[in-house]
Design a protein around this ligand. Structure first.
Ligand code: C5P
Length: 221
């Protein structure tokens, strides 16, 4: 039986991965499936929360009883997060947000020209949404959680990222060739700004989601 320990709370969860268009048919994207974010949304709803799920390019069915907002790019995801976070008790940034986007968007399909080298793709920085909402909380006591995929020195890099982003909790995954992206299972360590370190053994994304809420719930004001 699930305790309704998130009852009366509004939580915002981002899921999926942003796509940054080059032209009407091409984009720069990533392999995030959105499964971890959807698991967070489902488990929060089961624990009594009002949930806004901001889904970037996912193909998963809408979880029952959850408000789903669909977005494409990092800039759109930022707009949706800022809007939903205004009255949120917690914001969980599980989406894989592109750090960069193409500097120019071609309104017509980019064509290859005979005998010519391709044009280089110039990138510009996207806003760091997690850092922004952590630094400028929409509500005092709002709990902000980030996710980080690291390939090496997972704990050292994770701890540095937690400080850099200014969030309360950072869920650090080790990623590699066969790990995490699109998988049903996940293994992680949840780092707390208070110095805490909670290992989550390899298992279903639902189990990691429950652990995240177990850590968020007592931090809610
Ligand atoms: O810096 P890095 O991309 O590793 O950080 C990952 C975390 O930061 C995730 O929680 C992701 O949702 C968030 N992020 C963000 N805005 C970006 C890049 C990442 O909010 N531009």
């Amino acid at each position: 039986v699930t305790e309704p320990d998130l009852g009366e709370r509004h939580v915002v969860v981002t899921a999926g991965g942003t796509r940054e268009p080059l032209d009407p048919v091409r984009f720069l994207g990533n392999r995030s499936s959105g499964k971890q974010g959807y698991a967070l949304a489902r488990t929060a709803a089961a624990r009594g929360a009002r949930v806004t799920l901001i889904a970037a390019n996912t193909t998963l069915p809408d979880p029952a009883g959850v408000d789903v907002v669909r977005v494409g790019t990092a800039v759109q995801l930022r707009e949706a997060v800022l809007k939903a976070a205004a009255d949120a008790d917690a914001v969980i940034m599980a989406a894989a947000v592109a750090d960069f986007r193409p500097a120019v968007y071609a309104s017509g399909k980019i064509k290859k020209k005979d005998g010519q080298d391709p044009e280089p793709i110039v990138l510009v920085r996207n806003p760091d949404i997690l850092a922004e909402i952590s630094a400028d909380r929409a509500r005092p006591g709002q709990v902000v959680v980030g996710f980080a995929a690291e390939t090496d020195d997972v704990l050292v890099n994770g701890r540095a990222k937690l400080v850099r982003k200014g969030c309360d909790l950072l869920v650090v995954n080790e990623v590699g060739e066969r790990k995490t992206f699109g998988a049903e299972e996940n293994e992680a360590v949840v780092l707390g700004a208070d110095g805490s370190e909670t290992p989550v053994p390899y298992g279903p994304k639902e189990a990691l989601a429950e652990t995240v809420w177990d850590l968020v719930a007592p931090r809610l004001s």
